[in-house]
Design a protein around this ligand. Sequence first.
Ligand SMILES: *Cc1c(COP(=O)(O)O)cnc(C)c1O
Length: 356
Amino acid sequence: MQGTEQPIFLLPHIARMTGYVPGEQPKDQPFIKLNTNENPYPPSPLVLERLREACDGNLRRYPDADAAEVTRRLSELFSLPADQILVGNGSDELLNTAMRCFVGPGDTVVYPTPTYPYYAKLIELQNATGLTIDFDDSFELPSGLAAAGGKLTLVANPNSPSGTLVPTEQLADLAGTVQGLLLIDEAYVDFSDGGCLQLVEHHPNVIVVRTMSKSFSLAGMRIGFCFASPEVTAGMRKAKEHYNVGSLAQVAAAAALDDVHTMHTNADRIRKTRSRLTQALGELGFYVWRSGANFVLARLPGVAAAELYTGLRDRGILVRYYGEPRLRDCLRISVGTDEETDQLLTELGEALRTLK
Ligand SMILES: *Cc1c(COP(=O)(O)O)cnc(C)c1O
């Protein structure tokens, strides 16, 4: 088949869409990778220890479909009953499952932008309608989200790419005023002073989604979890792939949850480096939004950030650049180790000098 021909077997709404483009994962060059918000520190040593023990002939068996060991630990850690918890193959899978359960063709999903670009793809896959409301430059929660009347309303908190955190009370208000479900994506919550888990108790329409990819340093294992009312999780349980989380991922997740201390230590280090990075970027002339995540969004008004992105890339540093108009003078930079951050700042200074 010629590349330009319509792929006739695809459903029309899928034929129309373009695929999600994940952040670059280069295999060849040794880049300093500050483009996908991976944790620069390794996971708890317990994770590798237990994974090694688990690499045996029992891998011939299917994993536990309920991820009971992981769920039990989450239940203890967050003081919520097991029937309000669901474990997924990364939080992306749980976002996907939620869409499949609650959003049908033609339904409206409401969310503030700019945010995590994957939401738009999930909405397209359902042949649903995305209704976006722009954040203004303060990145405070825009009004009009509830009035837009979505079957589902999505808020990433802290948001990406801004890193900004909306107060829990505002999301509690939103939960009380939306007609449908409110899904709060807390991928970065461990790097902030926020968290909306308590809303799940009083609001049967709230789903809180978290991940072990960022704060727990386990992006490669693909583990996410969500909290919601027993009715919502029961529905999602029916829709998920039954063996969605592999045995090794379950072992890794349980081990990481047995040593939450390591995660908190790493998150604290990242917060300290984030303050220093924010300050230093300010001195280079950038505006940096107050971040509750393991990255910052930095704007140099009037400067084409594409050139800075390329300049940094040529110098061996990968950051995230978004082509869209609102972010044309912005870079999203993950918080690396202190050494990586120093190198970023040096090279960014150089790249800026060659621009002028
Ligand atoms: C990284 C990220 C995710 C995906 O996390 P996984 O658990 O690795 O699938 C979800 N939402 C946001 C906002 C993210 O930045």
